[in-house]
Ligand binder design. Structure first.
Ligand SMILES: Nc1ncnc2c1ncn2[C@@H]1O[C@H](COP(=O)(O)OP(=O)(O)O)[C@@H](O)[C@H]1O
Ligand SMILES: [Mg+2]
Length: 229
């Protein structure tokens, strides 16, 4: 099957205050629709950089990124933002919910940005909360939810938007191991039952026992891959 996201020979060098930090040094990566992939590696290995480039949040110093058949790396910031809005879901380590909005409003937020009327976005956001077993918390604000519950709302927000691919950057890093594993299980179920494509990163080797396809990053390079094809 065709890749939904593909990167060729990705290099990224950060330049700040005259200092150059090479974060990626020639990464080739692809994920097919319906795949569930972990990017594993220690802190500083380039996981966030890779996910940001794949999702169009940032541009590579060299190399190409293709998303759903469209080239991303040569697009302007405005065009990349439009592609992200329609094609990409993000889940971040720090949940990144909007504090003044309820769980339901947060889950509906991407659909609101797309201009969908409330009559369409509310049922979709509600259905997404049900999938994450968060329907009883629909009216709570983020500060009235535990970390694990906030992250389930963040996954519901991604799900409600039905993106081509969800990038989740260390989604379990702020959760205890039991809650973190439960979150991965929710994501796996959405992958299995809804066909939602996930690429998530982790520095926790214990989570990898639960994932078939694992890509190992070290020092900005892919050093091993398991569960290919
Ligand atoms: N905005 C930035 N400016 C300068 N260096 C950065 C920036 N972001 C990341 N880096 C550096 O790039 C390397 C890879 O970082 P990162 O992609 O965040 O790794 P990981 O997510 O695996 O911890 C590290 O050496 C990090 O210090
Ligand atoms: Mg990171």
């Amino acid at each position: 099957m065709k890749a939904i996201v593909e990167a060729r020979n990705l290099h990224k060098v950060y330049r700040a205050d005259g200092v150059e930090t090479p974060a990626l040094r020639g990464v080739d990566f692809s994920a097919r629709a319906g795949e569930f992939t972990a990017i594993a590696g220690p802190s500083g290995s380039g996981k966030s950089t890779l996910l940001h480039l794949l999702g169009g949040l940032d541009r590579p110093s060299e190399g190409e990124v293709w998303l759903g058949g469209e080239r991303l790396d040569d697009k302007s910031a405005v065009e990349r933002a439009r592609l992200r809005l329609w094609k990409v879901g993000f889940v971040f380590q720090a949940y990144n919910l909007i504090p003044v909005l309820t769980a339901l409003e947060n889950a509906a937020f991407v659909l609101e940005l797309r201009g969908l009327p409330a009559s369409e976005r509310v049922p979709r956001a509600r259905a997404a909360l049900v999938e994450l077993e968060m329907q009883d918390y629909a009216d709570r604000r983020p500060n009235q939810l535990s970390g694990g519950q906030q992250q389930r709302v963040a996954v519901a927000r991604a799900l409600a938007a039905e993106p081509a691919v969800v990038f989740a950057d260390e989604p379990t890093a702020n959760l205890d191991s039991k809650t973190g594993l439960a979150l991965i299980e929710y994501m796996k179920r959405l992958n299995r039952e809804k066909g939602l494509t996930f690429v998530f990163s982790t520095h926790d080797p214990r989570l990898l026992d639960h994932v078939r396809r694992v890509v190992h990053l070290e020092d900005g390079r892919i050093v091993a891959e398991e569960g290919m094809g």
